[in-house]
Design a protein around this ligand. Sequence first.
Ligand code: HEC
Length: 113
Amino acid sequence: MKKYTILLPMLALMGAASLSFVAPPPGGGPEIPADIQTLLSKHGCQACHAMDRKLVGPKWTDVAAKGYNAKRIMALVAKPEPNNWPGYPPMAAQNVPKGELSKIANWLVSMKK
Ligand code: HEC
């Protein structure tokens, strides 16, 4: 009898632990710096863009791989050119203050290989 009172909570804990391993994507890959993450959340970019997988829009690494300079990225966010991304729905123009947009743009530039 006494065995079960110890075993059950232990099983519950193990279940919780294994579930928490499912949540975060395994492996490395580039990380989004905290200040950039804040801006991306604030402006809702995260709803459609992620670092490691395609959502509604291309993943950040794919955007970075286009090799744009910061000025071009800022122009594209304010006035998207959907022809650059066949197979994706068009992105609506995003209204991000210049100072913040420039931080996001420079981060994307710094990411490219
Ligand atoms: C509702 C979904 C959605 C949101 C929100 C969104 N995007 Fe996009 N984004 C897309 C899609 C879809 C594409 C590809 C098609 C296109 O460019 O129109 C794209 C493309 C891009 C590109 C590549 C442009 C090009 O022509 O190569 C950049 C840069 C970008 N997004 C940045 C941002 C930033 C920064 C934000 C937040 C301010 C943001 N996006 C918010 C869906 C979204």
